[in-house]
Design a protein around this ligand. Structure first.
Ligand code: 5GP
Length: 186
């Protein structure tokens, strides 16, 4: 059985992190790639778990060394997918990247077999409420994220699959079926 590179995107607060983390815990043959970022860690975040937190200089050095499958800037900070980790891991496991739509489309340019999955909310109004209620970001950050939300969702036609996160367990199963379907095709 061959392995799949899967991008999971969707607006902030849609629940993509929970879906991906639960699936990865259940499946030994699927891992999540840890991205690098120059943003400061939020409370409770750990270097090497949520992200590799780098200085701008360290990040720029990695760009020069061509060490990112893709990278992008959001809200004044850089985010990038470590290329060597992804390529090495794909030899033995499927890999999930939890990144935004621009990053997803760029990853697919680099690795055309990449499968793009968008997680959409059952209701945009409900998502806005959830995002504001999360309480981990400043008011300015929340406004940035709300503006970004509509853009992310408007890109869903460019994606291979859209999963509506109405029920967590169903959404996880939908994602698993995509992985299993692709693996069995190879
Ligand atoms: P946050 O700061 O909330 O963790 O992430 C902000 C945005 O950066 C999210 O849209 C997230 O999907 C995106 N992001 C996280 N890692 C990467 C990455 O490696 N590459 C790109 N292009 N975007 C990323």
């Amino acid at each position: 059985m061959e392995h799949v590179l899967l991008v999971v995107s969707g607006p902030s607060g849609v629940g993509k992190g929970t879906i991906v983390k639960t699936l990865v815990k259940r499946r030994e043959d699927v891992v999540e790639s840890v991205s690098c970022t120059t943003r400061a860690p939020r409370e409770g975040e750990k270097h090497g778990r949520e992200y590799f937190f780098l200085t701008k200089e360290e990040f720029e050095k990695r760009i020069e060394e061509n060490d990112f499958l893709e990278y992008d800037e959001h809200f004044g900070n850089f985010y990038g997918t470590p290329k060597s980790f992804v390529k090495e891991t794909l030899k033995t496991k499927s890999v999930i990247l939890e990144i935004d739509v621009v990053g997803g489309l760029n990853a697919k340019k680099e690795i055309p077999q990449t499968v793009l999955v968008m997680i959409a909310p059952p209701s945009i109004e409900e998502l806005k409420r959830r995002l504001i209620g999360r309480g981990t970001e400043s008011k300015e950050e929340i406004e940035n994220r709300l503006a970004r939300l509509e853009y992310e969702l408007s890109q869903k036609d460019k994606y291979d699959y859209v999963i509506v996160n109405d029920d967590l367990e169903t959404a996880i199963r939908d994602l698993e079926s995509i992985i299993d379907g692709k693996q069995s095709l190879k």
